[in-house]
Design a protein around this ligand. Structure first.
Ligand code: PMP
Length: 344
């Protein structure tokens, strides 16, 4: 950063240091103070900027990556976008192997950020040579000097949040935080932040949000993988059908499960009450807060930090589309007049 001119050298200097914003309306009936850590303020509009930058810079320090080398990952979501952004600034090739289930909008966004996208068939098993896992692995093995981010099984994912998200929240709350509420996908955000916060005060309660249809909560309770928990659900980026090693279950006190429908309504409510246009999993996190408040988990001295992982613009054809909401049956509890009013 050029201090004299107050100009940033490049967009990567804006990664992290996201604001903590008080929730004033959506949590007004609950005991305690609630603050959102709004990760959409990252330049790539999500918390994944942190892990993309951290993992790539770690590979540079280890001498694995040199300019012109290639970075590989298997995601059409936030992580892919963040890796593409970091790759442009640092001069790397970015290859993303994605499932044919990914929406054209998402694939176009990755291409717009200079990534080479391999679209792989969705309905093959992970060990099929055509699957996006196999394609990424093969490309990584073939390309000397390439780095495979592999966010679900990369411990640097946890380190990124230990180094940045955790200290930021501790400092922003002057150490007064009592509860952390975070969605768990790879588990990197919750685990890394928890490790830092518990190193400062082991009494801080760490609560993960999981989806119905995911194995994570059950695994936390039993330490056993229960495939009968798995069924399709709509929230993207939350929960999983496998156990990621980027989740450190020992630092998480408990999980809460949320539904697709209630999370979608909560995401819309965050926009209309707090003026914060954030994504589906931010809605899931607030839905979790509502359930925890109903259980009596918080009291008037609670200082609760809720992570809002990404921006609402990524969900225009889903949660923020009345048509999509109707198609999912998420407006069924409304009156006929209300339902007609939202049709277009
Ligand atoms: N929300 C969204 C939108 C995400 O993309 C992710 C990442 N999969 C998460 C929440 C969960 O973050 P983490 O992977 O760090 O657990």
């Amino acid at each position: 950063m050029d201090e004299k001119l107050q100009v940033f050298d490049n967009v990567l200097q804006l990664v992290g240091n996201t604001p903590l914003i008080k929730l004033n309306k959506i949590t007004k009936d609950f005991d305690g103070d609630f603050y959102a850590k709004v990760e959409a303020f990252n330049p790539g509009h999500s918390s994944k900027d942190r892990i993309a930058l951290h993992i790539i810079e770690e590979a540079e320090r280890a001498g694995v990556l040199k300019p012109g080398d290639t970075i590989i990952e298997t995601t059409s979501g936030n992580t892919g976008f963040s890796i593409a952004m970091v790759s442009i600034i640092k001069g790397y090739e970015c290859i993303l192997a994605v499932s044919s289930k990914s929406s054209p909008d998402k694939i176009d966004a990755l291409k717009a950020m200079g990534a080479k996208v391999y679209v792989c068939p969705a309905h093959v098993s992970a060990d099929d040579p055509r699957s996006y896992y196999s394609v990424a692995k093969r490309l990584h093995e073939e390309m000397k000097g390439s780095v495979y981010i592999n966010q679900y099984f990369n411990s640097s994912n946890i380190d990124a949040h230990f180094a940045t998200t955790g200290p930021e929240i501790w400092n922003q709350t002057k150490g007064e935080i009592t509860h952390l509420i975070a969605c768990s996908g790879t588990g990197g955000t919750i685990s890394g932040t928890a490790r830092y916060l518990k190193s400062q005060n082991k009494d801080i309660q760490i609560i993960g949000i999981d989806a119905y249809g995911s194995v994570i909560q059950k695994y936390h309770e039993t330490r056993e993988f229960d495939a009968s928990e798995i069924y399709p659900y709509r929230i993207e980026g939350l929960g999983k059908n496998l156990i990621p090693s980027a989740t450190d279950f020992d630092y998480i006190d408990r999980f809460v499960k949320v539904t697709d429908e209630e999370s979608a309504h909560s995401a819309r409510e965050i926009a209309t009450t707090e003026g914060l246009f954030v994504g589906y999993t931010s809605g899931a996190a607030v839905q979790g807060v509502k359930q925890l408040a109903a259980e009596g988990v918080f009291n008037k001295d609670s200082k609760v930090v809720v992570i809002f992982p990404d921006h609402g613009s990524r969900y225009m054809s889903k949660v923020f589309s009345d048509k999509w909401m109707s198609e999912q049956g998420f407006f069924d509890s409304q009156t006929k007049e209300e339902a007609q009013a939202i049709e277009y």
